[in-house]
Write a protein that binds this ligand. Structure first.
Ligand code: G3P
Length: 218
């Protein structure tokens, strides 16, 4: 399962890229706003930092303008993945670019039938928002399960990119279901490293090691 970082904060992306665990990045208009950066400048910097796909989202809602915005966004770098909303114009734009072998991430997916449409439009990634479904007392992860079944039934190549992840269980359940990608806010990736038994176990090992009086590297 690939890990994408769901942020436009360069200072948060860089140290995580250095761990070797980051396979891509997703951004959206809200994340660009929070970064306070120009979309073209910050997307270019992220594309230079990360080898994998970097999703950059259109702001238009009509097909013609989306296509013009897409051309400008794809121009930033070879690893830009266009992000379009799950609307009729968004899927038309998706089909137009995936027919040309360009990467497209279809975002704001909240139902399995929407995901079916995105796959038929040739989407590279479908982004179902699990956290926002949980927020309104729906089961976000059952949507991922349904999409997995539908895509496997018909051998769709569209990758399931679990978005709006908020905590460890979203990541664990995504892996158990067989999602292709999860996009994580940096704090969720930091949480994955943590276990209290790792901390107490390490403290005990270090204490005992001190008592041996040995050193390994010096
Ligand atoms: O990339 C879009 C998605 O991950 C948004 O997450 O937390 O704003 O629902 P959130």
């Amino acid at each position: 399962m690939k890990f994408f970082m769901d942020t436009a904060e360069i200072d948060e992306i860089r140290p995580l890229v250095e761990t070797g665990l980051v396979d891509g990045v997703t951004t959206n208009p809200s994340l660009i706003m929070q970064s306070g950066r120009d979309i073209f400048e910050v997307t270019k910097e992220i594309c230079d930092l990360v080898d994998g796909p970097v999703s950059a989202e259109v702001a238009a809602t009509d097909y013609e303008t989306m296509v013009r915005e897409a051309a400008a966004l794809y121009d930033i770098a070879d690893n830009v993945c266009l992000k379009v909303p799950l609307t009729k114009d968004g899927l038309k734009t998706c089909k137009y670019f995936t027919d040309q072998k360009k990467m497209v991430n279809v975002t704001l997916c909240f139902s399995a039938t929407q995901a079916l449409l995105a796959a038929k439009a040739g989407a590279t990634f479908i982004s179902p928002f699990v956290g926002r479904l949980d927020d309104i007392a729906h089961d976000g992860m059952s949507l991922i399960q349904d999409i997995r079944i539908i895509y496997d039934n018909y051998d769709f190549n569209t990758q399931i990119l679990v978005a709006s992840t908020r905590h460890n269980m979203h990541i664990l359940d995504s892996a158990l279901i067989g999602a292709d990608v999860v996009t994580l806010p940096p704090k969720v990736l930091h949480q994955l490293f943590k276990h209290p038994l790792t901390d107490t176990g390490l403290a005990a090992f270090l204490e005992d090691w001190q008592k041996t009086g040995q050193s390994i590297a010096d």
